[in-house]
Design a protein around this ligand. Structure first.
Ligand code: UDP
Length: 248
């Protein structure tokens, strides 16, 4: 794998990128769009080629959300298991596209599915990262009543990542919806406690609290912008950092 020159140092050596299922969705508003998948995989490939160790957690909201099932009368836990299965489909699609681009990628599931992909075993995941393989964690935490945001922080902690990079549809956290308010201002930096107190819903509260307790910075960036991930790793572009603030 081509490695980045020392001229422009990378901000982080090991990161976890959280992609919502929404990140793989096209104009149809459902499922996986092959063109979008290809662009996102291209961005991940570009990041991996910079030499960063890359973990990915992918959501499933483009296919199924347990809460939506529960509001339609389905048992919540069953709906959540269906949501977790949706993340496995997304992860397989992503790994396949990365492999087609010549990258080494492995899918590891929190729900054992040995004929489909590897089961999550921390030591094996660390081994894959050492071998410069992109590791895609699927199946969420393996437990209902959680989200893939919490799974992302959990895996970032287990893999000892320097940061969690949360890909969203906009380039950070704003004080109003930038799609509706042209004067909306982007925050450069926020603290975990501010995000929790103001209930900003960038990620669920459990995920933010787990990141705070384990001192994992969360960087919110745009996954819609082609090349945005590599820019972020090189300290360019715009994003919002959520951390403990000064004096941590
Ligand atoms: N889910 C779960 N436990 C987990 C992770 C996910 O039960 O640890 C289920 C839950 O139903 C959730 C769905 O999987 O709605 C899809 O995950 P999520 O909503 O986090 O996906 P995203 O919003 O990132 O696309």
């Amino acid at each position: 794998m081509a490695k980045h020159s020392a001229a422009a140092p990378l901000l982080f050596q090991k990161v976890l990128v959280k992609l919502s299922g929404e990140a793989l969705m096209g104009a149809n508003g459902y499922g996986i769009d092959v063109g979008v998948l290809d662009r996102v995989a291209g961005d991940l490939g570009e990041a991996a080629e910079l030499g960063v160790k890359l973990c990915v957690v992918v959501g499933g909201g483009n296919i199924y959300r347990g809460l939506a099932g529960a509001t339609n009368g389905m048992d919540r836990a069953t709906g959540d298991y269906m949501g977790m299965l949706a993340t496995i489909m997304n992860g397989l699609a992503l790994a396949n596209t990365l492999q087609a681009k010549g990258l080494q990628a492995r899918v590891m599931s929190a729900i054992p599915m040995p004929t489909v992909c590897e089961s999550f075993v921390r030591s094996r995941a660390l081994h894959h990262l050492e071998a410069d393989r992109v590791v895609i964690f699927v199946g969420g935490t393996g437990n209902p009543f959680f989200t893939t945001d919490t799974a992302a922080v959990l895996r970032a902690a287990e893999m000892d990542c320097d940061a969690l990079l949360k890909g969203t549809q906009v380039d950070g956290v704003y004080n109003a919806d930038p799609a509706k308010s042209p004067d909306a201002k982007r925050f450069d930096r926020l603290t975990y406690n501010y995000v929790l107190e103001k209930d900003l819903r960038i990620m669920d509260g459990a995920a933010i609290a787990l990141a705070r307790d384990n001192r994992i910075p969360i960087i919110v960036f745009s996954i819609k912008k082609q090349g945005g991930l590599a820019e972020l790793l090189l300290g360019k572009g715009s994003s919002t950092t959520i951390d403990g603030g000064r004096g941590e």
